[in-house]
Design a protein around this ligand. Structure first.
Ligand code: FAD
Length: 477
């Protein structure tokens, strides 16, 4: 998987003294060397990127993380921070023999303030556990995504994950109020504020939101969570063409306004894939269509919210923006609609190899790329388009029976050049990781990338943190 990347000879190789040191601070059972146990941590969710680390460390406290990093820095041992390992850009697994630092054992909720809705927790808390905890308290997480059963809040913050409700609650740059992070030299940065307003100089927590473990290890997080509202409605709709989906979004923003909480899109090819490969998937509509939209509303008044949504749906039918649709009658039906949308990644995995592109592109041009890719690849691949239409975020996925360099050369750099030409981003929400480190210039100016490299040099001068990822190899060696 290392492909064209060479192992950096400046990094030391692990020896028995290193292992003994780690056992001294963590206890032998938290220093994993067993090959069978290392397999899962060395390979990513897509089974596309594979490292050969011989050591997985499972710290339980910030102090232990600090001791690990201080030691690794002094010994020039490269480190990969790992959360739930659901990342999709090869950022969460070693490229070579980097030491894996897993946050899984740091999984405690530290505090929750019911008045402000501010949650403070350790980085290894699984997102779904936080969602259930908050549900019991009458609150919700402003972040939700298909990988919630495994991904961790530290991984979410480190990738600045977007997900299904960003259209309503905004990004983690807005919802995360504070972080505690450990720098490469072991320094603990306590920025775990629980304040909504704090204009005292540079807001350094933002450096750790979305930097994919390249600047430090996030150990604790504080997040602002909104109260749970009583009325949730989900509609699954079909549209005759992409332009109708786009107009429907404009209308939904105007007519549903404050109650709109998700606006998701999938094309007919995505639906076919899900119906063929995902357990329990069922088309809620009597026939197949070329384009689908899932709309969710969340509000506080059941009858008026439903009325508003029904009026919107009726109007959109009359204007022929919607060709068919169904409004969930209960929570089970609503989850079966969500299952279709959230299950696309899993269905793709089951269908074979997948080339994944996560792009921000102005909504009006977004689907042109899917069509251009389809005509480029002909019948050599199944090209599907879906994503968070409400956030102009396209997931362009190309499914083939197995990975094939000839197909890859048809996709890249075309996909990046096209996105750059339309002033989009080559990573809307998944990050850069190993996959796009050398492609970053398609979305960022040379000067900006140079400043990013200077920040990396300042915070991690020996480059031990997540090497070969995020920044281009020409700048960081
Ligand atoms: P990992 O995969 O373990 O790591 C991701 C990156 O963060 C790596 O670079 C790693 O080194 C770093 N990292 C992890 N933990 C820490 C830490 N504590 N400190 C410092 N660095 C750390 N993403 C979206 O944004 N929106 C979606 O809707 C979405 N849907 C998905 C659906 C499926 C089915 C799958 C498999 C993935 C999806 N993803 C989505 C991608 C992925 O789930 C997110 O990127 C998620 O935030 C990763 O969290 P994780 O805990 O698994 O992190």
């Amino acid at each position: 998987m290392a492909g064209l990347v060479q192992r950096n000879p400046r990094f030391s190789k692990l020896n028995d003294d290193d292992v003994r040191y780690f056992e001294g601070i963590l206890g032998a059972k938290n220093v994993v060397q067993d090959e069978d146990k290392l397999v899962a941590a060395n390979i990513d969710w897509m089974h596309k990127y594979k490292g050969s680390s011989r050591l997985l460390l499972q710290p339980k406290t910030t102090e232990q993380v600090s001791q690990i990093l201080k030691y690794c820095d002094s010994r020039s041992l490269a480190v990969v921070p790992q959360g739930g390992n659901t990342g999709l850009v090869g950022g969460s697994v070693p490229v070579f023999d980097e030491v894996i630092v897993s946050l899984s054992s740091m999984n405690k909720i530290i505090s929750f303030d019911k008045v402000s809705g501010i949650l403070v927790c350790e980085a290894g808390c699984i997102l779904e556990n936080i969602i259930s905890f908050l549900d019991n308290e009458g609150f919700i997480m402003p972040l939700d995504l298909g990988a919630k059963g495994s991904c961790q809040i530290g991984g979410n913050v480190s990738t600045n994950a977007g997900g299904l409700r960003l259209v309503r609650y905004g990004s983690l740059h807005g919802n995360v109020l504070g972080v505690e992070a450990v720098l490469a030299n072991g320094t603990v940065l306590d920025m775990l504020k629980t304040l909504r307003k704090d204009n005292t100089g540079y807001d350094l927590k933002h450096l750790f939101i979305g930097s994919e473990g390249s600047l430090g290890i996030v150990t604790k997080v504080s997040i602002l969570t909104p109260p749970k509202l009583s009325s949730v409605n989900v509609a699954f709709l079909a549209c005759k063409d992409y332009s109708s989906c786009q107009k429907l979004l404009q209308e939904a923003k105007r007519k549903l306004g404050e109650i709109l909480s998700a606006f998701e899109f999938l094309d007919g090819q995505s639906m076919n894939l899900v119906l063929n490969h995902l357990e329990g998937a069922r088309n809620p509509l009597p026939t197949l269509h070329d384009y689908y939209v899932l709309i969710e509303t969340t509000g506080s008044d059941e009858s008026s919210d439903k009325q508003k949504l029904e009026a919107f749906l009726l109007g959109s039918m009359e204007n022929e923006l919607i060709s068919d649709g169904v409004l969930a009658q209960d929570i089970n039906q609503a989850s079966s609609f969500w299952h279709l949308r959230e299950g696309i990644s899993e269905a793709l995995m089951r269908a074979g190899a997948v080339y994944k592109y996560d792009l921000s592109i102005p909504v009006e041009q977004m689907y042109n790329l899917v069509e251009e890719m389809r005509s480029r690849l002909g019948n050599t691949a199944n090209v599907i388009g879906y994503g968070h239409l409400g956030d102009s975020n396209l997931h362009l996925n190309i499914s083939t029976p197995q990975y094939d360099d000839k197909i890859l050369s048809q996709i890249e750099p075309f996909v990046y050049e096209w996105t750059s030409k339309h002033r989009g981003s080559i990573s809307a929400e998944h990050g850069v990781g190993l996959m796009k480190a050398n492609e970053i210039f398609y979305s960022k100016s040379g000067e900006t990338v140079q400043l990013m490299a200077s920040i990396k040099n300042l915070l991690d001068p020996n480059h031990i943190l997540n090497p070969y990822k995020v920044l281009p190899r020409s700048l960081i060696s």
